[in-house]
Design a protein around this ligand. Structure first.
Ligand code: TRP
Length: 432
């Protein structure tokens, strides 16, 4: 059995070295493992929650696609696609919306954070909060469930969303009586490499301390020159511990190179020299990828064609057949087939025992109990009115006790135990 691993990437902005070291590189490496079927997609529908500038959305989607391909994602070995190319995802989202508890969505971190911020600023709770932000976890659940992903690698902040996807999937399975969906598991990498930025804090757009992944060598040089160091002079031994410069070097160098660099620190390498070495090792690693990136960006139509091709395959193989099944399961059906094929639940009912009431030529009212196959289990004597017969049936249906079968009005055709069992089965079906 292969394990399906699904990764969603929200296109926003240009990737930086921190994204590469912490997310892109490890995800691509993981996708090359045996026994794994990988799904990577550009979550462009999700990006609309934050970004409502069409040209930026388009550009960012292209840049992120080109980045992952340039970094070595092999589009023939993994499923690489664009969320909005699978319209069944949004259709599934609605089906899930109708089983998703609103209370669960109220507790989603991103939504709650927006509310908290409004309260702090003494605004209305929902000021500026779109329904898109609120529904975000349902769309994400649809992304995951539509391909029956087993594992979803995420950051800590996203674990809750995977729990929600499980919850919605499970509810749907329960309501419609079949294991339509595999329940996904979150995979959290405890040792995510967090790269330091130019100022020594975590490299992040919000700190404005990033180095763009595909910066030219000249830009790299300029940015590396800005990395904060201490004021020790050449010849003075330097600490590798807590050094953003050393950490960056390590992220792009072999173990031997890093060991030699650490030795150079101990031997008092000057910061200028250290930065020159850092530039060489980072640029050496990135240059071939940058070249691929620039080539890909120069031919966006190729990326477009690739995404469309993979999207079409995914629809044909998975999404369209699944939605056909789900539409039928929820009752969005061809009207001309009404009453045609009993659905599974109805079929189960047919197999249940049932009471039949009827009137005989003597003018009296009778009933009998038949099992699912139509075999006679018990036969009543005559009652003066249908109401009397109905009351006796109601009593039998409620009774738990063997005494219920007592009295001269009932003729058991099989053992009392079998009749009681049939009655219990009927009660259970009603309780369901
Ligand atoms: N919400 C994710 C993020 O911001 C992106 C995403 C969308 C995703 N759909 C997904 C991730 C499905 C995993 C699975 O990072």
């Amino acid at each position: 059995m292969t394990t399906r691993v699904l990764t969603g990437i929200t296109p926003s902005g240009t990737p930086h070295l921190g994204n590469y070291v912490g997310a892109i590189r490890p995800a691509i490496a993981a996708s090359q493992a045996e026994g794994i079927e990988s799904f990577f997609f550009l979550a462009d529908l999700h990006s609309l929650i934050k970004a409502q500038e069409p040209d930026r959305t388009q550009r960012s989607t292209l840049e992120i696609a080109a980045s992952w391909l340039a970094c070595g994602l092999d589009p023939d070995k993994v499923w690489f696609y664009r969320q909005s190319d699978i319209p069944e995802t949004t259709e599934l989202m609605w089906l899930l919306t109708c089983v998703a508890g609103k209370g669960i969505l109220n507790r989603a971190h991103a939504y709650k954070a927006a509310i908290d911020k409004n309260r702090e600023e003494q605004l209305d709770d929902d000021a500026g909060v779109t329904a898109g932000l609120f529904m975000y976890p349902v769309l994400m659940a649809a992304d995951i469930l539509i391909f029956n992903a087993n594992k979803v690698p995420v950051g800590r902040d996203q674990i809750q969303h995977i729990e929600m996807a499980r919850d919605f999937g499970q509810r749907f399975n329960h309501v419609y009586g079949k294991e339509f969906f595999t329940l996904p598991e979150a995979v959290v990498d405890e040792q995510v490499s967090v790269l330091a930025g130019l100022d020594g804090r975590k490299m992040s757009k919000s700190y404005n301390n990033t180095i763009p992944l595909f910066a030219s060598r000249a830009e790299l040089k300029k940015l590396i020159a800005q990395i904060v160091t201490d004021s020790r002079a050449p010849g003075e031994p330097k600490d590798t511990e807590g050094s953003a410069l050393f950490q960056l070097y390590q992220a792009f160098a072999s173990a031997e190179q890093s060991a030699a660099f650490a030795q150079a620190f101990a031997d008092g390498i000057g910061w200028g020299d250290a930065k020159a070495q850092l530039l060489d090792v980072v640029d050496g690693h990135l240059a071939p990828m940058r070249e691929r990136y620039n080539a890909l960006m120069a031919e966006p139509e190729k990326i477009e064609a690739l995404l469309r091709r993979r999207g079409a395959q995914l629809r044909e193989q998975f999404a369209v057949p699944l939605l056909r099944e789900l539409r039928n399961a929820v009752g969005l059906r061809d009207l001309s087939s009404v009453g045609d094929k009993p659905q599974e639940k109805a079929a189960a009912k047919v197999a249940l025992p049932l009471f039949k009431q009827y009137r005989e030529a003597d003018g009296q009212f009778y009933f009998k109990l038949l099992d699912g196959q139509g075999n006679l289990l018990l036969q009543s004597t005559g009652y003066p009115s249908p109401r009397d017969a109905g009351q006796r049936i109601a009593g039998l249906k409620q009774a738990d006790q063997a005494e219920a079968l007592g009295g001269t009005d009932l003729k058991l055709q099989v053992e009392a135990g079998q009749v009681l069992e049939a009655l219990a089965a009927m009660r259970e079906a009603v309780a369901d």
